[in-house]
Design a protein around this ligand. Structure first.
Ligand code: DSN
Length: 418
């Protein structure tokens, strides 16, 4: 094995090594609340930083366009078999470089330009690849959106059903990047079946919870399930598609050669490690703590007066709607104020958003990364307090250096293990 890569890098390219070192320090000294981020294990990093980055392997195990693929074949099969076991999938493609590539591959496999899709819009918690006009999905397909209730901000399944019957979409997409409530995959599956639509479930955010059986699984209800591997699943950055056997050929051809060339074998190896970890009992405990931490953080923020979209969380994330308590502060200002006290979050659009995407009126928070560091309920209460004080200081234009010191002290108690 190559050993500690930073030693090599430090000697050859100190400028780059310094920048990586500074990023490592940032990760160590900031409270990471970005809901889509996490800290992988050393084993995942070792696989992703291995000699596998040298290998071309266009094609699939046993059917490659290059020689010398025996070992990478074995690695890709390991990743596929572990993913099948983890999610109960009939067919798995582990090659998508990202969740966006995975979603696009499903569209390319099953849709023709002009076909209609029914999805959740970005401002209601969906994803760019769910038909946003600036994404290829919005450019190629005829997009209609189902929404969330004005009152509860939760997905309205009855309205979705009505719309689905009216539009008769070729495909329905269910899944979200900023939706904090349980998704009823059975219900959406029934809606899709009743109007003859294919169903794509994008579980990128909740994949770890689904794997740990702490969120209902779409596997029996959706034709296609896509995910990223780096969010709650805690693997390397990447994507994956799961589908019924009958669609295996179309999906594989849509990933390669339609959308991608050579698969990233070092990342596929990292995915294999991630799936092994996710099959363990320890992983279930981790996901339980993610949920419990999210609940405590959410309740404490509410107690401190913050308005939470849909008033609760059932998963790893929550969305603060700043419009009620902080009408003059936008999401970007809040994000920056928290950055200054070593708390990393991201601004996010909220239902009926009136501000631009660069400002937004919401702030998204998630607990996967802080939970990986070992933080539990007392730390969630402390984090809510830090957020509250930083926001009050932002409004009052007060100095927040004391809050920053407390955030760093909290991080110091839960060191990263790299
Ligand atoms: N999946 C998005 C997020 O949740 O951050 C990024 O595309």
């Amino acid at each position: 094995m190559l050993g500690n890569y930073t030693d090599y890098l430090g000697k050859y390219d100190p400028d780059l090594a310094d920048a990586i070192g500074r990023e490592e320090n940032r990760q160590q000294s900031y409270i990471e609340l970005i809901a889509s981020e996490n800290f992988t294990s050393k084993a995942v990093i070792a696989a992703a930083g291995s000699v596998l980055t040298n290998k071309y392997a266009e094609g699939y195990p046993g059917r490659r366009y290059y020689g010398g693929c025996d070992h990478v074949d074995e690695i890709e099969v390991l990743a596929i078999e572990r993913a099948k076991e983890l999610f109960g999938a009939e067919h798995v493609n582990v090659q998508p470089h990202s969740g966006s590539q995975a979603n696009t591959a499903v569209y390319m496999a099953m849709l023709k330009p002009g076909d209609s899709i029914l999805t959740l819009s970005l401002e209601n918690g969906g994803h760019l690849t769910h038909g946003h006009p600036k994404n290829i999905s919005g450019m190629l397909y005829n997009v209609a959106h189902y929404g969330v209730s004005e009152e509860t901000c939760m997905i309205e399944y009855d309205a979705m059903e009505e719309l689905a019957h009216k539009i008769k979409p070729k495909m329905i997409t269910i899944g979200a990047s900023a939706y904090s409530r349980t998704i009823d995959f059975r219900r959406v599956g029934e809606i899709a079946k009743s109007c003859g639509a294919l169903l794509l479930a994008d579980i990128a955010h909740i994949a770890g919870l689904v794997a740990a059986k702490l969120h209902n699984s779409p596997m029996d209800h959706a034709d296609f399930v896509t995910t990223t591997t780096h969010k709650t699943l805690r693997g390397p950055r990447g994507g994956m598609i799961m589908c019924k056997k009958e669609f295996a050929k179309e999906i594989d051809s849509a990933v390669f050669p339609c959308l991608q060339g050579g698969p990233l074998m070092h990342i596929i190896a990292g995915k294999a490690v991630c799936f092994k970890e996710a099959l363990s009992q320890e992983f279930v405990g981790y996901q339980q703590q993610v949920l419990s931490n999210a609940k405590i953080l959410c309740n404490e923020l509410k107690r401190l007066g913050f308005k939470i979209v849909s008033d609760d969380t059932d998963n790893h994330l929550m969305l603060i709607d700043l419009r009620k308590n902080y009408p003059d502060i936008n999401g970007n200002q809040a994000q920056r104020a928290l950055d200054l006290v070593n708390i990393t979050t991201n601004k996010n659009a909220v239902h009926n958003e009136s501000r631009s995407v660069f400002q937004a009126s919401g702030l998204r928070l998630g607990t996967p990364a802080v939970t990986t560091r070992g933080m539990k309920e007392p730390e969630m209460i402390k984090i809510a307090d830090l957020i509250n004080r930083a926001m009050l200081n932002l409004v009052a234009n007060n100095d927040s250096s004391q809050i920053k010191e407390e955030a760093i002290a909290l991080c110091d108690k839960f060191p990263l293990f790299y």
